[in-house]
Design a protein around this ligand. Structure first.
Ligand code: ZN
Ligand code: ZN
Length: 309
């Protein structure tokens, strides 16, 4: 049995980039230190923080740390949780986990069904042949869920939306946007000032924490959370995830270095990157978009064609 390099207790993880084995409590302290530095920077008195809680390990830990941070620091921030029910069978179990966690923590919790908000669930489109073959159910789910969370949180009065995105997620997104040449997305990457007042500022307490660390901690601590990825994940993200995992394996710390460089580069050139990119209101739903009709409405129109058939 390997011992914790800090305290000698039984280790549950070996952090390759730091060459350090850690036990459950030392791992938690290390995660907490990184999460608190983000929360300290991004939350302040008077904020209403809505945590986008899927019931998965990442958002569950994000909620736990945010609640704990607010109580310990004694700052005047209201914390609540918002769960989107996409209507897939995979989500059923994680929604139950989310309910268990919020009742344990005594956190106000809203669950909103995608079917009620958008008029259809992801389950309904999963089996259908979608008109755009380059898109997967994952694209529809991601875009439509993101829009729901922003709109509902904003109407609820939220000043911040806290997400569970970890270091691995963010590096994948950065590389995906680079590969696609999506300059508009790159200019907004990790921006702390939303480009429109209708977009609620994001807070990502786990942005400097590896996915592996979150998983090891949640399992060891018995946090009621779903561990594992959505089985519907497809497309480019899978290939990029594999390639990045491979790089990390050969060069421990690769992902963290990449994220830090991306942050530096983008924050230094944000103004140049966003030059000429204009945000306007979507002609259909009124949400901010760089196009005439927002991505969510474009995807919804595609889905409606398939469902009505
Ligand atoms: Zn220890
Ligand atoms: Zn729209």
């Amino acid at each position: 049995m390997r011992r914790c390099d800090r305290c000698g207790r039984e280790a549950i993880i070996y952090i390759r980039n730091k060459r350090e084995a850690l036990c459950e409590s030392c791992l938690f302290l290390s995660i907490r230190r990184r999460a608190y530095s983000v929360l300290r920077r991004d939350l302040s008195d008077g904020d209403f923080a809505v945590v986008a809680l899927s019931g998965g390990k990442d958002s569950s830990l994000s909620l736990i740390l945010t609640k704990e941070f607010v109580e310990r620091e004694g700052i005047d921030v209201r914390v609540a949780a918002l769960t989107v029910d996409e209507g897939t069978s995979y989500r059923r179990a994680s929604i139950e986990m989310a309910m268990k966690l919020t009742s344990q923590l005594g956190v106000e919790h809203r669950i909103v069904r995608m079917k009620e908000f958008h008029g259809f669930s992801i389950e309904e489109i999963r089996e259908k042949k979608l008109p755009n073959e380059r898109r997967t159910a994952c694209t529809y789910c991601g875009v439509l869920r993101r829009q729901m969370i922003n709109t509902i949180a904003r109407e609820w009065g939220a000043t911040k939306v806290v997400t569970g995105h970890n270091l691995d997620d963010l590096v994948q997104t950065f590389v995906m946007n680079l590969t696609r040449g999506d300059v508009s997305a790159l200019s907004r990457f990790l921006s702390r000032e939303p480009p429109s007042s209708s977009l609620v500022q994001r807070v990502r307490p786990l942005m400097y924490v590896y996915e592996k660390e979150v998983a090891a901690y949640c399992i060891a601590a018995g946090i009621p959370a779903h561990v594992g990825k959505c089985p519907l994940t497809q497309g480019m993200r899978i290939g990029i995830r594999r390639a990045l995992d491979n790089m990390e394996l050969r060069n421990p710390g690769f992902k963290l270095n990449l994220l830090k460089s991306a942050e530096k580069m983008i924050s230094a050139s944000r103004a140049r990157l966003s030059e000429g990119i204009e945000l306007r209101k979507c002609e259909i739903c009124g949400e901010p978009t760089t196009e005439r009709v927002c991505k969510a409405c474009q995807l919804k129109a595609e889905i409606m064609k398939v469902i009505e058939r």
